[in-house]
Design a protein around this ligand. Structure first.
Ligand SMILES: *Cc1c(COP(=O)(O)O)cnc(C)c1O
Length: 363
């Protein structure tokens, strides 16, 4: 039998994909030859393992994985509804808040429409905009790392369909104030969907910060986005939620991947809401650590922004790559945005101490 030799070719993909960098797995900290304990502070993860009670629920839920999960996460949505005092039909759940970001784009964007967000902000926004076939329009952060909401309102065009406002902002940690946000919502036309991404809101200590759950009942074009990944420490299970008026929730449900949120993830999220007071203590410790690190960095003259999240932003500018390499050598894996700065997650006290020591290199 003779084999026909086929000309080697690859499938033709959408041209938008050429603008998206291919995913390359990052190097984990791993074991070091010198025995120094390495810390990964590059993904804003919670350093605490699951509480024993949550772990027990996870193990028990493993019993049921031969069945599909509830596709609309009824028990979890009811728990979120009770916990935050919002109607259950105002809640949608997905495999992480990032999945909901994709759904917002798929629900709103037609080819050539615009998605607007500050920059630098969450790295998923430009990628999901391209995947949805939208044009990403960015507005630079202010010099203090905060959103420039008047400039963002002015950047809305007739093609704008979706706006992301990230507060606290990833990676600068800054919040938008309630007054600034109210003025912004007044300025944006009501047919434009605004998403207030509050992935880190549980770490906020600034009383002037905008509160999405208080704001959305008066704003039919506002969706609030939150996650169990950061403060609740369930990043590996993938659960996030949106709170908004029913027309927005219906559009999210139509664009959802079926059966996304697993049996185990739904159960763990419900259990986490039940033990929130214990989780809040951990959030409190991380906030105290953040304040300790900030005070040390400010005292030694390292330029930082006012972070209300579980990470610190060091505006290293041209020295970003060198500083990140220096940290790596010393067993601290940080997130570098070359030419701009370094984001370092607040983690175990030993990792935080190391960050304080290594930041001395910058002054
Ligand atoms: C981490 C993060 C999310 C979402 O995380 P999930 O793990 O997908 O829930 C959303 N927005 C911002 C700004 C984040 O940093």
């Amino acid at each position: 039998m003779r084999l026909r030799v086929l000309r080697v070719s690859i499938p033709r993909f959408r041209t938008e994909l050429e603008r998206i960098p291919a995913y390359r797995a990052g190097k984990g900290p791993g074991a070091r030859a010198d025995g120094l304990e390495a810390f990964k502070v590059s993904s804003n993860e919670n350093p605490y393992p699951p509480l024993p009670s949550v772990r027990a629920v996870i193990e028990a839920a493993a019993h049921d994985v031969n069945r599909y999960p509830d596709p609309v996460s009824t028990v979890l949505r009811a728990a979120i509804s009770r916990h935050f005092g919002v109607p259950i039909d105002h809640v949608a759940v997905a495999t992480g808040a990032v999945a909901l970001c994709y759904q917002f784009a798929h629900a709103t964007v037609e080819p050539g429409d615009e998605v607007l967000f500050a920059w630098r902000s969450f790295e998923a926004y430009p990628i999901l905009s391209s995947v949805a076939g939208a044009t990403a329009v960015t507005v630079p952060l202010r010099a203090d790392g905060a959103h420039d909401l008047p400039a963002m309102a002015a950047a809305v065009t007739e093609r704008t369909r979706l706006v992301f406002v990230c507060s606290p902002n990833n990676p600068t940690g800054t919040v938008v104030s309630q007054a600034e946000f109210d003025a912004f919502m007044d300025a944006v036309p009501q047919h434009v969907l605004v998403v207030l991404d509050e992935a880190y809101i549980e770490f906020n200590q600034d009383p002037s910060a905008a509160d999405g759950l208080v704001t959305y009942p008066q704003r039919p074009n506002l969706a609030v986005l939150r996650t169990f990944s950061k403060a609740y420490g369930l990043a590996g299970l993938r659960v996030g939620y949106a709170v908004a008026a029913p027309p927005i929730i219906d559009a999210l449900n139509k664009t959802a991947l079926p059966f996304g949120v697993s049996v185990i993830a739904q159960a763990a999220a419900v259990a986490s809401l039940e033990v929130e007071s214990e989780l809040k203590e951990r959030v409190g410790s991380l906030v105290a650590e953040r304040e300790r690190v900030e005070a040390e960095l400010v005292a030694s003259g390292v330029p930082i922004t006012d972070s209300q999240a579980n990470f610190i932003w060091l505006a290293c500018g041209d020295r970003t790559s060198d500083f990140a390499a220096h940290c790596e050598t010393e067993g601290l894996t940080v997130r570098a945005f070359p030419g701009e700065g370094v984001r370092a997650t607040i983690a175990e006290p030993e990792a935080n101490d190391r960050l304080i020591r290594l930041a001395g290199w910058l002054v």
